[in-house]
Ligand binder design. Structure first.
Ligand code: ITT
Length: 189
């Protein structure tokens, strides 16, 4: 089964396909950047985005909106994660957090997948808790991975991206989507 996934981010496709293959689903990248409205809710951005892309392609499609929520920064960068990564980078984020003690360096990644087929609009959410390191460590993965240490691990996702396959926000949201889609597809046949 092929599912169109509109994103500019090839890492999202690669990670989604790690999960998709377990369910016999292949995500195919299409690239219809959608306007991201200013909204603090990932769900709203993903839903607006998937409707926008559907209008363009006229086929069932998914998008994914994701980001990092840092508790000591009152949830920043949240839905502005791509923008903050571009403008500040990990060094800039670490600089904002330079006075934050170890125990308060908590945060999480969140991923919201939105599916639309012209009638059914559904969202699937995944999160992973973790800590923000005090310096960049490792260069695997993308975005905030060099400063994100998932709960229960000592290394950042940048040092060791392997656990992303099992425990990441994207693994969870994509897996929830896949479970839905397998059933949905049986109904359609
Ligand atoms: P599309 O909107 O085209 O899908 P994007 O990269 O702009 O691609 P988002 O708007 O959802 O995606 O922004 C998410 C940002 O959050 C992303 O650019 C990264 O900086 C960060 N992010 C999301 N998931 C991540 C992950 O698994 N590892 C590291 N950083 C991540």
């Amino acid at each position: 089964m092929k599912v169109l996934f509109s994103t500019t981010n090839k890492h999202k496709i690669a990670e989604a396909n790690e999960t998709g293959k377990i369910y016999g689903i292949e995500f195919e990248q299409i690239n219809f950047p959608y306007p991201e409205t200013r909204d603090e809710k990932f769900e709203n951005i993903a839903c607006e985005g998937v409707r926008y892309v559907y209008e363009k392609v006229n086929k069932q499609v998914i998008v994914e909106d994701s980001g990092i929520i840092i508790d000591a920064l009152n949830g920043f960068p949240g839905t502005f994660s791509a923008y903050a990564q571009k403008k500040l980078g990990n060094k800039g984020i670490l600089n904002l957090m330079r006075d934050v003690e170890e125990r308060n360096r908590t945060g999480k990644y969140i991923s919201v997948v939105a599916f639309f087929d012209g009638k059914i609009l559904k969202t699937f959410v995944g999160t992973v808790d973790g800590k923000i390191s005090t310096r960049e460590r490792g260069s695997s993965g993308f975005g905030y991975d060099p400063i994100f240490i998932p709960l229960g691990y000592a290394q950042t996702f940048g040092e060791n991206p392997e656990p992303k396959k099992e425990i990441s926000h994207r693994r969870k949201s994509v897996e929830a989507f896949c479970k839905f889609y397998v059933k949905y597809n049986e109904g359609v046949k």
